[in-house]
Design a protein around this ligand. Structure first.
Ligand SMILES: [Zn+2]
Length: 314
């Protein structure tokens, strides 16, 4: 396929907006053009990978309950529950918030450097096998690379699935531990703020879908996606169950590259088992909340879904 210059610019914009979307859902994280300005000493450590003098940092003796965040981008890195006293002179943690810290071989060829996985700010080094705590891991972090917020920041991520009538998908997805909320709505089409009538009777291209907000510390996208594939029939092409129409087709609207890769992996697994999967993997699109009477439809009526049910497929 050949891309015109305009197409290339559009693709660049789309990639950029997906990245910003990804970053913005990771808690209090800021996009690259809004990173905190660093002073000279912060730059020396965070950008030039320097080390602050031992026993000099202002977070070394921070013992309150809370969250340690990246000085440069605001991403949550460590909870106070993982901080311990190592007497080495720098704040020490035996675990990071899932996905918050990247480990890379240090330029010195011996140690393992740790950086903020969002903005790549230098944090310090990680050491294993010192037997300080049960996790046998010490993240040795420069105070100057972090800020402290005296509260436990709740992390949230989003996932969007279309699997036929949204009442049924919502009913099952909201029962998963770690799911904070499920909203029924419309996505993937052309018109802005569509109504149920628009989606049902006009050719808007929208799907009935659910937007799930979940705590990544309690449940991961793979579990949500597997459940999605097991509570609807992902082989039906023209709709779902008795609901026939384009708005009832099966799709996963991935919110970041990781979700896209996991969805493709699960579809491949199902294909290997002989399923002819109709589910489309689609780029994230604006999500429009449906009318209030569509929210929590089955719970509010004390009924069970007519179009969805659990079938083990993995
Ligand atoms: Zn950062």
């Amino acid at each position: 396929m050949k891309f015109s210059k305009r197409n290339k610019i559009q693709i660049l914009f789309k990639t950029l907006s997906i990245f910003i979307l990804f970053v913005s859902i990771k808690g209090g994280v800021m996009p690259a053009d809004q990173f905190n300005k660093l002073n000279k000493e912060e730059k020396r450590v965070i950008i030039e990978k320097g080390t602050e003098a031992p026993f000099s940092g202002d977070l070394l003796n921070e013992k309150r309950e809370g969250t340690f965040t990246c000085r440069q981008c605001g991403a949550a890195l460590y909870y106070s529950a993982s901080k311990f006293e190592s007497h080495c002179g720098w704040p020490s943690f035996d675990d990071e918030i899932k996905g918050a810290v990247l480990r890379i071989p240090d330029a010195d060829g011996r140690r393992t450097e740790i950086v903020c996985s969002n903005c790549k700010a230098h944090l310090g080094h990680v050491f294993l096998g010192e037997k300080f705590t049960e996790k046998d891991t010490r993240h040795c972090v420069n105070s100057i690379s972090m800020d402290f917020i005296p509260e436990k920041l709740e992390l949230e991520e989003k996932a969007v699935f279309a699997g036929g009538c949204f009442w049924g998908v919502e009913y099952y997805m909201q029962q998963i531990n770690g799911v904070k909320s499920v909203v029924s709505g419309y996505t993937g089409g052309k018109s802005e703020a569509p109504t149920y009538e628009d989606v049902s009777y006009k050719n808007t291209g929208h799907y009935e879908a659910v937007e799930i907000t979940y705590d990544p510390a309690l449940v991961n996208f793979e579990t949500l996606a597997k459940t999605f594939f097991e509570i609807h029939d992902p082989t039906q092409k023209n709709g779902q169950g008795p609901d026939i129409g384009k708005q009832y087709r099966s799709a996963v609207f991935y919110q970041d590259e990781e979700q896209k890769i996991i969805t493709q992996k699960l579809i491949n697994q199902l294909k290997d088992k002989g399923y002819k999967i109709a589910t489309k993997i689609l780029a994230p699109a604006a999500f429009y909340r449906a009318e209030e009477y569509h929210q929590d439809y089955y719970d509010n009526r004390g009924k069970l879904p007519y179009c969805h049910g659990y079938v083990k497929r993995f």
